[in-house]
Design a protein around this ligand. Structure first.
Ligand code: PEP
Ligand code: MN
Length: 351
């Protein structure tokens, strides 16, 4: 099995579901021929929102994955949600397992899967839970690690929400960055297909993942996506997938170019000096606030004066455009300054 950190990007692709041997094999052969895909994915057990939807072919489809591997040489991956799935997948030599978003949301299921995998030497990717809860995501990884799963990774597939949005599952990139910060040694993949729920957004989301230093992508592809039995709207043909992957720019983490290093060092120096100035100004601003605190105390006037604060905010926000700074950013900065000013004045009052 391919080492998930050995190259970048690693591309995982294949249909949402293994529908028939023909569809699975034809998709895999086209993907292998493109030379762009490292791992073939296909769902065998499909967690569906409502009964009556296609729930996957189950164990019957596992020999199809073996055929894919024999015919194309691509390692194969599937989703597992309980101990039976794990046993069957391992029996057929599935090379990589992933835990779906609905399963990650349920600690009992994750525990069951973790115990079933135990010491088997198979890489496991953990999708984020449906809800925006990094602890739950992290907890699932901990459960697997505690049971001896050594090759772990993450898949960011967005978080479900209510109401209309351009996304099927909102990416909330800051949560992906948070888990990257907590588990820096784990490779992380982005699943633009389940984030978008359509084909038009795939490139933009893929590029964003590349720019945020993800290790690779999981994208759904299908020989005849319009007639797919699950997730038809978001799947693309292998040809379209190739075009898409050719359009994503994977930038380097650094550069040896001397000119680049010189400019970078210079600009970083500028930033450090500006940060020092900002700190000095903030300190002077707090001294002024303390001065106000003292005269308020002497004149027995209360600290918080909402009308004055509204004026401060309005005056600053009115200048946002001329300064090239967003109102959202300025609001956060002002809020933080206000909290610290009030703390300082409170302190003076108590003296
Ligand atoms: C899938 O990968 O087809 C799938 C069911 O994804 P998720 O668990 O992210 O919904
Ligand atoms: Mn799917």
């Amino acid at each position: 099995m391919i080492d998930l950190t050995s190259k970048k990007p690693i591309i995982i692709s294949g249909p949402c579901s293994a529908e028939t041997l023909e569809q699975t094999l034809a998709t895999a052969q086209a993907l292998a021929a493109s030379g762009k895909v490292d791992i073939f994915r296909a769902g065998v057990w499909k967690p569906r929102t409502k009964p009556g939807m296609f729930e996957g072919n189950g164990e019957k489809a596992l020999p199809w994955l073996v055929e894919v591997k024999n015919a194309t040489g691509l390692p194969v991956a599937t989703e597992v949600a309980n101990a039976k799935h794990v046993e069957a997948a391992l029996k057929y030599g599935v090379d990589l397992l992933w835990i779906g978003a609905r399963t990650t949301s349920n600690p009992f299921s994750v525990q069951e899967v973790a115990e079933a995998i135990g010491g088997a030497d198979v890489p496991v990717l953990v999708k984020n839970p449906m809800n925006a809860d990094v602890e739950l995501w992290n907890g699932a990884v901990e459960r697997l690690a505690a049971r001896g799963v050594k090759r772990l990774g993450l898949i960011h597939r967005g978080f479900s929400g209510y109401g209309s949005s351009q996304y099927r599952n909102t990416p909330m990139w800051h949560l992906a960055l948070e888990i990257m910060k907590r588990l820096p040694e784990l490779p992380i993949f982005c699943d633009p297909s389940h984030i978008c729920g359509n084909r038009t957004g795939l490139l933009e989301v893929s590029q964003q993942a590349a720019d945020l230093n993800f290790n690779g992508l999981m994208l759904e592809s299908h020989v005849t996506p319009d007639s797919a039995w699950s997730d038809a709207k978001q799947q693309v043909t292998p040809e379209r997938l190739t075009e898409l992957l050719d359009s994503v720019i994977w930038r380097a983490e650094g550069s040896d170019s001397v000119a680049y290093q010189t400019s970078l060092d210079e600009l970083r120096g500028v930033i450090d000096r500006l940060d020092d100035e900002i700190l000095k100004l903030l300190s002077r601003r707090m001294e002024a606030a303390e001065g106000i605190g003292r005269i308020k105390r002497e004149n027995n006037v209360m600290i918080l004066q909402a009308s004055r604060w509204n004026q401060v905010v309005e005056r600053v926000l009115a200048r946002s455009e001329e300064l090239g700074l967003s109102q959202d950013f300025l609001k956060i900065i002002l809020e933080a300054i206000h909290i610290e000013s009030i703390n300082k004045q409170n302190h003076v009052m108590k003296q």
